[in-house]
Design a protein around this ligand. Structure first.
Ligand SMILES: Nc1ccn([C@@H]2O[C@H](COP(=O)(O)O)[C@@H](O)[C@H]2O)c(=O)n1
Length: 605
């Protein structure tokens, strides 16, 4: 292509599925271990149903799409029949917000409504609600009216409700899906399932999330778990480490001391596993259609009811090489008719949404945490120092008034790769429809204190783990509102440090990817990789301050998603003015998901 980097310049049909992966993919290390009960697990797919199509590593590791996945599931179901064992398919939520396919709908559409039609075609036994199904009432309404009914009782929202009008026009709060599901597997195993959401408080009005500790005290919960099944399959959008699964687990264990319990969690976007006791295992399977989780249990018969259960877990890279390896298929025998239909349907959706609309050519890679922040390679620097100052002031009557801009780093969800930068890349990098607002006439010296104070309330001070302190309370609050990105970043950092990332990357005999350490026995990753580079990033990022005196009055611009805590901090760093919501005005019509496209048309065209 004539330039120095190693990426193919993608054609307008960049999202076209490639039957033969364009990059050399590493094969899995060993076959899966099957048990009597086996589970394929997805979580936090966030609209990545066409998989990852860029050619820089680690992207090719995740280059399968939902059609490939459907073919994989169908072959695995057949293998399960041949082995005469059970195989379940489970999802732990967050279907919304993440790519052009879910979020790039034309005016009048609903986020993820179209992508959900494809997910409905897979034989999911349980799907649980995630926090991203609750940020906007319209999305929750769509799940309630269109998605849950099509799943015939398999869409679970144990502690998440929607408020609707009943037939008498009275408002009633009802579960979005079902609270629990009891079903019998092909092999006659009785399963009791839940679909639990972590204690999320960032949900829209007219949706409700009941704290997990209260949920387990409900009458319906006691009734649901009273009868002993062969296995409890507790699904939920809640991380398997450092959250509330023990509350649910202990509530079940208090009634059933020996019944096998399998937990399938999500939300932190990491690969993770632990065993609460010898007859249980908890698995979390990454994010964005990068990872497919595998869990198997050798349950044995009733004479084994007090013995430890042999479990296995595996984190599969989501690509055709993985799928073909584990199903013992070849490229020309792997695709099923259903799988091909799904791939074709997704490509048509991509065309309909015009996701290949080109904004420009990114001159280099920009990463969220694989480059230091601030730096030339940081997408956070790019967003807040280059793109926001241009796109937010363009055509804006406030253009000539000095400003300081702040956003949350978690608003940036995916790296930007050198080469074509299209509508899909724009939405993947920054999917949220957050608005930019401002407070006028804030003294520069005051505004400048806010960013470090916001970050102190998050990243740095949290490490002091001063439990019970104001800072800890603030951190807990942020967690409940859905600020979870830190866990994923900490996971990457730990991976790099623990596995000598720099040495492994330099030796160049492994491709980049996830290298997981969890609390379950043996190696969890299906394919060997060198860990990704990882740098610490702050929770909040700000533009370069204007060079002016501290008492210069500026426009203090920020994204509405962080308004509540920003006002809180602004009122802490000074006591001359009490700022309230009424001081906050709209700064521009440009939403955060449009900003990078506007910048690319200006700077990269
Ligand atoms: N309107 C929004 C909604 C969310 N965010 C960011 O997403 C993070 C939560 O997403 P998970 O997939 O991890 O549940 C949250 O931490 C925010 O950073 C946002 O910026 N705007």
């Amino acid at each position: 292509c004539g330039d120095a980097h190693d990426h193919a310049h993608q054609s307008p049909s960049a999202l076209r599925k490639r039957l033969f992966p364009q990059a050399q993919l590493t094969k899995p290390t060993r076959p899966l271990e099957w048990g009597d009960l086996n589970i394929i697990h997805t979580t936090d797919t966030h609209g990545w149903l066409l998989g990852h199509q860029h050619l820089s590593y680690p992207e090719p590791n995740y280059s399968g799409d939902l059609g490939d996945f459907a073919s994989f599931v169908e072959h695995m179901k057949q293998i399960a029949v041949e082995k005469d064992v059970d195989l379940l398919l489970i999802d732990s939520g967050d279907l919304h917000d993440g790519t052009g396919l879910s979020d790039g709908f034309p005016a009048g559409g609903i986020d993820a409504h179209d992508t959900n039609q494809f997910l409905k075609q897979l034989p999911y036994d349980i799907m649980a609600i995630g926090n991203h199904e609750l940020y906007d009432y319209i999305n929750t309404w769509d799940m309630y009216t269109n998605f849950a009914p099509a799943l015939n009782g398999s869409y679970l929202s144990s502690n998440a409700n929607i408020t609707i009008f009943d037939e008498n026009n009275n408002t009633v709060s009802v579960p979005v899906g079902n609270r629990y599901r009891k079903f019998t597997t092909r092999k006659g195993r009785r399963i009791t399932s839940l679909g639990v959401l972590f204690d999320f408080t960032g949900n829209d009005v007219n949706t409700t999330v009941q704290p997990v500790a209260d949920m387990v005290k409900e009458q319906w919960f006691a009734e649901a778990i009273a009868e002993e099944p062969d296995v409890f399959v507790l699904v939920g959008h809640m991380p398997v480490s450092y959250d509330n699964w023990p509350t649910v687990f202990n509530a079940v264990r208090a009634v059933h001391a020996e019944t096998p319990i399998i937990i399938l969690g999500g939300h932190t976007h990491i690969r993770d596993c632990n065993q609460p006791d010898g007859r249980s295992m908890a698995l979390e399977s990454g994010r964005y259609m990068e990872t497919i989780g595998w869990l198997s249990a050798k349950l044995g018969d009733s004479s084994d009811s007090q013995k430890n259960i042999t479990f296995s877990r595996r984190y599969l890279d989501q690509n055709r090489v993985t799928y073909e390896y584990h199903t013992q298929q070849r490229n020309n025998s792997f695709d099923t008719a259903e799988g091909q239909n799904i791939t074709q349907g997704l490509q048509e959706l991509s065309d309909k949404y015009e996701l290949s609309t080109l904004f420009g050519y990114a001159p280099q890679d920009y990463t969220i945490s694989r480059n230091p922040y601030p730096s030339n390679g940081s997408s956070l620097s790019l967003f807040i120092n280059e793109a926001a100052p241009y796109a937010l002031t363009f055509n804006n009557t406030r253009k000539n008034i000095s400003n300081l801009m702040i956003t949350n780093s978690g608003s940036q969800r995916f790296d930007i790769y050198a080469g074509t930068f299209d509508k899909n890349d724009q939405i993947a990098a920054s999917p949220f429809l957050d608005a930019f607002v401002y407070i006028k006439n804030v003294p520069l010296g005051v505004a400048q204190q806010v960013l470090p104070a916001l970050n102190a309330a998050g990243a740095d001070e949290r490490r002091k783990r001063d439990l019970g302190s104001v800072l800890q309370q603030r951190e807990d609050e942020l967690w409940k509102r859905g600020y979870v990105d830190r866990r994923y970043m900490d996971w990457l950092e730990d991976m790099d440090r623990r596995h000598d990332g720099a040495v492994k990357r330099a030796s160049q005999n492994l491709t980049l990817g996830y290298v997981t350490s969890d609390s379950c026995p043996g190696v969890g990753d299906d394919t060997l990789h060198a860990p990704l580079a990882s740098y610490d990033i702050p929770d909040f990022i700000g533009s370069v301050a204007p060079s002016a005196s501290n008492d210069t009055l500026i426009d203090f611009v920020f994204v509405d998603f962080i308004q509540e805590q920003l006002l809180e901090i602004l009122n802490e760093v000074q006591n001359t003015t009490t700022y309230t919501d009424s001081d906050v005005e709209s700064y521009t019509d440009v939403l955060s998901n449009q900003l990078l496209g506007l910048y690319a048309q200006h700077a990269w065209n």
